[in-house]
Structures are given as structure tokens and as C-alpha cells.
Design a protein around this ligand. Structure first.
Ligand code: ATP
Length: 235
């Protein structure tokens, strides 16, 4: 579904990703864990075409998408729910969701809206409310819902648990698991919350200073003392 080989990305002289190779198979949930500044968001953005990598190759469904403009990458069935709930704060929830559906046109809008509102009932109650006035958790639901409106085959989820209360984190992760189970949606998830992410994921990678240092099944990584010490609170 997605494969990165030898991807290096830099911001001027700051190298944020070094020779990163990873693979996501169809129907998999793969998580990438790493500390602040490890390069997780840069990896997601590089897959989406901005910034473009300095070297390496990104393949999606067998097609080379390296350096392709973002809107063309999105049209190929990749959707990005970015970190920090970058929704449109002045637009209503409904307008935000419409933006997510733009690549598809209007034909399936009502059906997709129903699907997203069933997944996140909280959004249905707030369709007319401005995005910027939603709570943190609601904004996160909106960011994910907006990404889902484009009917992606691959969902890139950037730190969905950031700043959320434990109950909301559980809700969001349950929603991701349900989507993957029922629709076969492929997910690449970036998280600092290693415990939830590794339990959810089929496989995981650890990113340290822009390099992949470990990979394995979620259970394998969770069982490793070095992973526990570095990424699980209390060790
Ligand atoms: P966090 O969990 O804190 O969001 P992250 O793992 O997502 O971190 P990135 O945001 O990808 O990390 O950042 C990786 C490195 O690249 C950091 O050292 C960061 O300072 C640097 N960086 C990110 N964006 C830019 C930019 N636009 N210009 C210069 N440097 C940047």
C-alpha cells in the first residue's frame, strides 16, 4: 500500500529524516512512535508531498508519488489528519467536513456525512458550530472526520491523542480500530502515546532523531524493555 525507501528530508540545514524506510500493507494499522522532535510529523508531511524529500522514494499502490504535488497525492486516496487539530476554526463543523469531501465532489457527500456522524455522534450535534469553538477532543474528532470524508484508502493520523483526556483517547482509538476492522481502512498512525498506539497497531516503528531504530509487531515492541523505558510512563 505504502512504501518508503531511503527517505531523507531536511529543512534547510536541519535534517529531520535520515534514510527512512518503512512499509504499510493494505488493511494494516502501523504506528510510528518517537519523542518530541523525532521527525514524526515531518514523515507524514513528506508522504503528503510537502516538504519533498531530498532523496529516497515513496511508493503508493505501486505508483511513485515522490515529489508529487499534495493535491494529486490526496486524489490517490491518501488523507491526512494533521497534528494540532488543524481544522478551519472560523468555518462550521459542516463546512470543515465539506472541505474534506472536496476531492470527491458532492455525489456521495450526504452518505459520507452520515458515516462520519455515526462514528462521532458528537459532531452531529455540533454541525453548525464554528470549528474553533469546539473542545480539544471534538476538534480532534473533526480532524479525523474531515480526513475520512474523502473516502481514503490510507489514513495518515498525526497524534490523535495529543492533549486529550484518557476517556476520549480510548474513544478515538476505538473508532480507529472499528474503521479498520469494518472497512479495511489502512492507517499509518504517529503517536507519542506509545501504550495505546502499540496496542492498537499490527506493527510499529520507532523513530529516534529522524532514523528508524526498531520495528516489530505492536506486542513485540511493547514487550521490549528499552521501548518501555523510553516511551511508556513509569518504564
Ligand atoms: P513532535 O512530537 O514534537 O510534534 P515530531 O516527531 O513530529 O515532534 P517534527 O515536527 O517532524 O517532529 O520535527 C523534526 C525536526 O525538524 C525538529 O528538530 C524540528 O525542530 C525540525 N523542524 C520541523 N519543522 C521545521 C521547519 N518548518 N523548519 C525548520 N525545522 C523544522
Amino acid at each position: 500500500m505504502l512504501s518508503l525507501s531511503g527517505v531523507t528530508t531536511a529543512y534547510g540545514s536541519i535534517v529531520a529524516l535520515r534514510d527512512v524506510s518503512l512499509e504499510v500493507m493494505p488493511g494494516e494499522i502501523v504506528t510510528l512512535i518517537g519523542a518530541n522532535g523525532a521527525g514524526k510529523s515531518t514523515l507524514m508531511m513528506t508522504i503528503c508531498g510537502s516538504p519533498a524529500p531530498l532523496s529516497g522514494r515513496i511508493l503508493h499502490a505501486g505508483e511513485d508519488i515522490t515529489g508529487m504535488p499534495t493535491h494529486l497525492i490526496m486524489r490517490r486516496g491518501i488523507a491526512h489528519a494533521p497534528e494540532g487539530r488543524r481544522i478551519f476554526p472560523r468555518m462550521t463543523v459542516l463546512e470543515n467536513l465539506r472541505m474534506g469531501a472536496e476531492v470527491l465532489g458532492t455525489a456521495t457527500f450526504e452518505e459520507d456525512l452520515e458515516r462520519v456522524c455515526t462514528l462521532f455522534p458528537r459532531l452531529r450535534e455540533r454541525l453548525g458550530q464554528r470549528g474553533g469553538t469546539l473542545s480539544g477532543g471534538e476538534q480532534q474528532m473533526l480532524a479525523i472526520g474531515r480526513a475520512l470524508m474523502s473516502r481514503p484508502r490510507l489514513l495518515l493520523l498525526d497524534e490523535p491523542s495529543l492533549g486529550l483526556a484518557p476517556m476520549l483517547v480510548r474513544q478515538i482509538f476505538a473508532a480507529i480500530r472499528e474503521l479498520n476492522r469494518t472497512t479495511g481502512l489502512t492507517v499509518l498512525l504517529v503517536e507519542q502515546n506509545a501504550w495505546h498506539a502499540l496496542r492498537l497497531a499490527h506493527r510499529g516503528y520507532v523513530l529516534v532523531n529522524g532514523r528508524i531504530t526498531m520495528s516489530g509487531t505492536g506486542a513485540e515492541l511493547l514487550a521490549r524493555p528499552d521501548v518501555r523505558a523510553a516511551y511508556l510512563e513509569g518504564g
